[in-house]
Design a protein around this ligand. Structure first.
Ligand SMILES: [Zn+2]
Length: 361
C-alpha cells in the first residue's frame, strides 16, 4: 500500500512538471531600444533641443535618475518589478548578454517576419513586400486541433495583414483602422471602432495610435478569450523617427502600463491564471554610437540589429535580468513560442531552434 502511495506521488509530481502554459500573449513595441530598457533615459538625447520637444523639464522629471536602474524602472515599472522578479529579461549587452536580429536589413517587415516564421527570407527586403510566403508560428498554432481557431493578432501598423499573411493564415489580423465585432459589434466594440475611425491620425491611414490597438485587443482578451494573442504596438518607432524623445519614452511607458493591465486581467481570470506566458520583444534596434542616429535604423545604422526580450509564465524560471554572456537570435522566437505552448513548429522553410536558456532553471 505504501509503495503504491509513493508511486502515485511520483506520478503526480511528474504530471505537475508537464505542460502548464495553455495560453500565450506576444507583445512587440516597434524599435524600442535595449539601451533605454536596461539603462533608462539617455540624458544626452533628453537634453538635446533637437530631440526633447522643448520639454526637457518634463522628461527629466518623469524619467531621469543618477541611477540607471532607477531610470529604467521609471520608464518600464512593470517590466522592472513584476517581470524582473518572476520572469526573465535578455539583451543587456553591457553584461555581454546579446540578442540580435539575423536578417541583414534591420527594419520592420523583415524583423516581424523573422520573429514569427523562425527564418530569414532574404527576399523580404522592403516594408512594402507582398503577403508573406512563409508560414508563421501563429498560423501553425491556430491549426492545432486542441486550440484551433483561438488565435488572433492586433497590429497598429497596416503591414501586419501582409506580414502574417491574413488571407492564407486563416486567423484574424486586426490592423491599423480595421474595426472589430463584425456585423454584430457590442456597444463597447462600436465605441472603440468609432473612436479609432475618427481619431487623430499622425501616421495617416498606415497606422493608428497604440491606444486603439490596445483596447481592441484587450476587449478581445476579455470577451473571446483567445489562446494565442499577438499585440503589435507601433508608436515607439514612429516618434523615434520624428526625433521626439519625450513621446518615444512616453509611448514605451504607456506600453508597460498596458502590459500590467493585461497581466492583471490574466492573473484574475480562471482560463488564464497561472496558465499564460507573456513574451515581449521588438522587431529591430536603433542607432546609438552616433547619438543623433537613435532616431534611425536599417543596415547602414550601427547597432540597429541589437534587440532585447522578456518572458514570464509558468514554464519560465524567475531568473530576472540575465547577466551571463550569450548570443541569442530573433529567428529563435518562433520555435520558443511553439515550445512554450507544448508544440514543435514545423514548416516548409527552415525553423531556427528554440532559445534553450528560457526553459532552464
Ligand atoms: Zn522604423
Amino acid at each position: 500500500m505504501k509503495k503504491i502511495f509513493i508511486l502515485a506521488l511520483i506520478f503526480i509530481s511528474s504530471l505537475s512538471s508537464a505542460q502548464k502554459t495553455e495560453n500565450i500573449i506576444i507583445i512587440t513595441t516597434d524599435g524600442f531600444r535595449w539601451q533605454e530598457v536596461f539603462k533608462g533615459m539617455d540624458s544626452k538625447i533628453a537634453n538635446d533641443k533637437d530631440f526633447n520637444q522643448d520639454d526637457k523639464s518634463y522628461i527629466n522629471k518623469k524619467y531621469k535618475s543618477s541611477d540607471d536602474k532607477e531610470s529604467r524602472k521609471k520608464i518600464m515599472p512593470f517590466l522592472w518589478s513584476e517581470i524582473a522578479s518572476k520572469g526573465q529579461i535578455y539583451g543587456n549587452r553591457d553584461l555581454g548578454n546579446k540578442v540580435d536580429v539575423s536578417n541583414p536589413y534591420w527594419f520592420s517587415y523583415p524583423g516581424y517576419s523573422e520573429i514569427m516564421t523562425g527564418n530569414v527570407d532574404k527576399r523580404i527586403n522592403t516594408n512594402g513586400h507582398k503577403a508573406n510566403p512563409n508560414v508563421n508560428v501563429l498560423e501553425f498554432l491556430n491549426q492545432q486541433p486542441q486550440i484551433k481557431g483561438k488565435t488572433i493578432a492586433f497590429g497598429a501598423w497596416n503591414a501586419f495583414d501582409r506580414i502574417l499573411n491574413e488571407k492564407r493564415s486563416n486567423f484574424p489580423v486586426i490592423s491599423a483602422f480595421d474595426s472589430i465585432g463584425g456585423n454584430k459589434p457590442t456597444e463597447i466594440q462600436k465605441l472603440l471602432n468609432e473612436m479609432k475611425a475618427n481619431s487623430f491620425k499622425p501616421f495617416h491611414e498606415d497606422e493608428c495610435l497604440d491606444v486603439f490597438t490596445h483596447y481592441q485587443a484587450f476587449n478581445e482578451l476579455q470577451t473571446n478569450k483567445p489562446k494565442v494573442l499577438y499585440i503589435a504596438y507601433g508608436e515607439t518607432d514612429e516618434w523615434a523617427h520624428r526625433g521626439h524623445y519625450r513621446s518615444y519614452l512616453d509611448a514605451a511607458n504607456q506600453v508597460d502600463t498596458w502590459i500590467k493591465e493585461i497581466w492583471n486581467f490574466v492573473q484574475n481570470d480562471p482560463q488564464y491564471k497561472n496558465k499564460t506566458t507573456l513574451l515581449i520583444t521588438v522587431d529591430h534596434g536603433r542607432g546609438d554610437k552616433k547619438k543623433p542616429e537613435w532616431t534611425s535604423h536599417g543596415d547602414d545604422i550601427e547597432g540597429a540589429s541589437e534587440i532585447w526580450f522578456a518572458v514570464m509564465g509558468p514554464e519560465i524560471a524567475p531568473k530576472g535580468e540575465i547577466k551571463t554572456e550569450s548570443q541569442i537570435y530573433q529567428k529563435q522566437f518562433a520555435q520558443t513560442i511553439a515550445k512554450i505552448m507544448g508544440y514543435t513548429f514545423k514548416a516548409d522553410h527552415e525553423v531556427a531552434e528554440e532559445i534553450k536558456a528560457v526553459f532552464e532553471n
